[in-house]
Design a binder for this molecule. Structure first.
Ligand SMILES: [Zn+2]
Length: 105
């Protein structure tokens, strides 16, 4: 498996995140049957089947505010409203991430 630094890559357009940057973030929930225990608090790659794209996503930890307050399991970072919208659309089309989550391959 290729090691990449996902913390420095925007989801969607996959550009490198500069030191000084704007971020447009959004959260998403996992399908109920997805086991994230091994990847909580890390960055992983997910395949968006409908968009034919693989994008980096943060997995929230059980104690993180995003999980506790909003119930989000995933956390996407994008560079612009435009990228954010496109990614959100792709994510929702993929009926969240059950099969799209390539966790075990
Ligand atoms: Zn972008």
């Amino acid at each position: 498996m290729v090691q990449k630094d996902y913390t420095k890559t925007y989801a969607w357009c996959l550009r490198r995140i500069p030191e000084e940057h704007e971020r447009f973030d959004f959260g998403a929930k996992a399908a109920p049957n997805v086991d994230l225990s091994r990847v909580e608090g890390t960055m992983i790659e997910i395949q968006l089947v409908s968009a034919e794209k693989t994008v980096p996503v943060g997995v929230t930890g059980p104690d993180s505010p995003a999980r506790k307050q909003q119930g989000f399991h995933f956390y996407f970072m994008t560079c612009s409203e435009d990228c954010c919208r496109q990614l959100q659309a792709a994510v929702s089309e993929d009926t969240l991430l059950g099969h799209a989550l390539g966790l075990n391959e």
